[in-house]
Design a protein around this ligand. Structure first.
Ligand code: SF4
Ligand code: SF4
Length: 338
């Protein structure tokens, strides 16, 4: 382990040597790419320097694309022959807040911690990614990570804090320590947010009778089924599979997987034209209960990390936070009546 303070100049040379091997992925400002004209978008992308990284603002979209690309070619086929694709993947260092590091743990559980169905495509990227922690000293407006228990993490290769004249750094990963040879030794520990702007109680037990409750009807009216909540979520991992045929041949092509969303039309469509989640409220119920009930039943921990991104991006002002609050009220009322 190494703890130190480095100047901006020293940081520039660390960045240069790290970039020989790693892509550095972090929150960066992209001018002109915001939702409105002449605005910028703060998003995860490859940084060109540590100076370019925004350590203080929250991104709308999560960094999950590094491990789970929007579109991914799995293999090539020609008649009945299947060929592995030899994609060269560069190792990456990704700068993440504690909730997003916890979200990586959850995607690991999805894709890797199932001995029978280990996802090799996710696994090969995951092996090449190192996580660098960036801290939140205070909760952002829509976050509820403290309530979800994801405000802290020790599962990082390094930690970096921007200070006035440079950076304070803690490096735990032996492979990365040699890159930090310059600077002044200093004790550096990350500070974790300890209080949500609005605390939330996560119901411990959610009875199946909630499936039929009227709360879901409101979402059928309001949700426009755009799927934005899923694409912004660091722990949503649903995908669909399709074959893309070569232009010059109908019996060769690539099998690809593409992000999908449990909120969009036809997600629940089965053979024989059976769709078991047609009302949008049913889809919302599925999403919310998967995040705070069903996944926990299997793994022992919640799937939602309380990053609040789904609330930030929903064009119809549908809120995961408020929905959990409503579930709480129903659960409380039921317990009082019993
Ligand atoms: S707050 Fe929303 S976006 Fe964030 S982890 Fe939970 S469900 Fe996903
Ligand atoms: S972002 Fe909002 S409107 Fe779009 S699918 Fe999700 S809940 Fe529905």
């Amino acid at each position: 382990m190494k703890m130190l303070e480095i100047t901006q100049g020293q940081a520039d040379s660390v960045f240069e040597s790290l970039s020989q091997k790693y892509r550095i992925i972090a929150p960066v400002e992209k001018p002109g790419e915001g939702r409105f004209s002449n605005t910028s978008l703060l998003t995860y992308d490859q940084a060109k320097s540590f100076k370019e990284i925004d350590f203080f603002k929250k991104t709308y979209f999560s960094p999950k694309e590094v491990l789970f690309p929007v579109r991914e070619s799995l293999f090539e086929f020609k008649k009945s022959d299947i060929h592995e694709l030899q994609e060269e993947i560069q190792p990456s260092i990704v700068f993440l807040r504690a909730c997003d590091i916890n979200a990586v743990g959850i995607t690991d559980a999805h894709f890797l911690n199932n001995e029978k169905f280990k996802d090799v495509y996710y696994g090969r990227r995951r092996n090449l990614v190192k996580l660098f922690l960036i801290e939140c000293k205070e909760s952002f407006e829509s976050c509820f990570c403290v309530s979800m228990g994801t405000n802290k993490s020790e599962d990082y290769s390094g930690f970096m804090r921007k200070v006035d004249n440079g950076y304070e750094i803690k490096v735990k990963d032996e492979e990365l320590i040699p890159y930090f040879s310059q600077g002044k030794q200093k004790d550096v520990e990350p500070v974790f947010v300890e209080k949500d702007t609005s605390p939330l109680i996560i119901p411990k037990e959610i009875d199946v009778s909630l499936f039929k409750d009227d709360i879901w009807k409101e979402y059928s009216k309001r949700c426009s089924a755009c799927g934005r909540c899923n694409t912004s979520c660091p722990t949503c991992t649903c995908f669909t599979i399709g074959d893309v045929l070569s232009e010059d041949s109908s019996d060769s092509g690539q099998r690809r997987r593409i992000w999908s969303s449990c909120q969009v039309k036809n997600f629940g469509l089965l053979a024989g034209n059976h769709d078991f989640r047609i009302p949008k409220g049913d889809r919302m119920r599925y999403k919310v209960l998967h995040k705070i009930r069903d996944f926990r039943k299997r793994t022992g921990f919640n799937m939602c990390v309380g990053c609040g991104r789904c609330d930030d991006v929903c064009p119809d002002y549908i809120s995961m936070f408020k929905c959990i609050e409503k579930i709480n009220q129903i659960t409380d009322k039921k317990e009082t009546n019993e």
